[in-house]
Design a protein around this ligand. Structure first.
Ligand code: SF4
Length: 255
């Protein structure tokens, strides 16, 4: 498997050809010098998290203000032809940790409408801030929410996602259920650390059923992981996990 990916170096990146979204212009509102995240996922393709936190308020000098995001996105959309299919919050860490995330969402939507582009605005999120009402409301203003759920229990989340101490799987599940209109994205891994034991999949399926997403995207390693000894899960197993989701009456796709 290829090497770890380098961190994004600016606010706007791409467009990249996303397997799930097509031609997507990325927005990175996380720090560019080091990875700061509320998770430290064993499979993260940016390597290990340098600062594990749910609170970026002590790191304001490392993250962009809403006006900067607005300006840079406007410039990028002006120059880009053809326009992207999606404008996607993603990047070096977790966008929703930015204390001004709601204002940045409004700024991005303003630029998008002013530019006249038909692009949709999406987010790839680790779900840890779905516990906050202001974040849920801001997420609700986007077109597409792709939210992480790799575990059904605190024990498995601690093993796979290595979260900041205050992150609770029950609170995440309740927050995602409140948002309602979400796509779940779930990563399964094996080897030194694994989340594919039958009872772990069963607990995860309970969480999926409680949230009631539009769709679940099931996948395994796509790039080199932070924990180099990890093993990818076979396509047949991923398909069996997706089939378990379909039995709940929820659309699912294994990648
Ligand atoms: S949530 Fe995303 S950026 Fe953060 S550690 Fe996990 S994979 Fe990496």
């Amino acid at each position: 498997m290829s090497r770890l990916l380098g961190l994004q170096e600016g606010i706007i990146y791409g467009p990249v050809n996303s397997r799930r979204l097509g031609r997507s212009l990325g927005i990175n509102i996380s720090p560019t010098g080091r990875k700061i995240c509320s998770f430290n996922c064993v499979y993260c393709h940016y390597g290990w998290t340098k600062v594990l936190t749910t609170d970026l308020s002590d790191h304001m000098e490392e993250i962009p203000a809403p006006e900067e995001v607005e300006r840079e996105l406007a410039t990028a959309l002006e120059r880009l032809s053809p326009p992207p299919r999606y404008i996607t919050f993603s990047g070096n860490g977790e966008s929703t940790l930015h204390p001004d995330f709601p204002e940045i969402v409004d700024a991005v939507l303003r630029v998008k409408h002013a530019s006249g582009t038909a692009a949709k605005v999406a987010i790839l999120s680790n779900s840890t801030a779905a516990t906050e009402a202001s974040v849920r409301e801001a997420l609700g203003r986007l077109d597409v929410r792709i939210m992480k759920l790799d575990a059904g229990t605190q024990k498995v989340m601690t093993r796979i996602n290595r979260p900041a101490a205050e992150v609770s799987i029950e609170a995440i599940t309740a927050g995602l259920k409140q948002i309602g209109d979400v796509t779940l994205q779930s990563v399964f891994v094996d080897g030194e650390v694994s989340n594919i034991a039958d009872e772990e999949i069963a607990a995860w399926l309970d969480g999926v059923a409680e949230i009631g997403p539009n769709e679940v995207q099931v996948y395994s390693l796509e790039n080199a992981p932070a924990m180099s000894s990890l093993i990818g899960v076979e396509p047949a197993k991923l398909e069996a996990i997706a089939e378990g989701v379909r039995r709940l009456g929820i659309r699912a796709r294994a990648y």
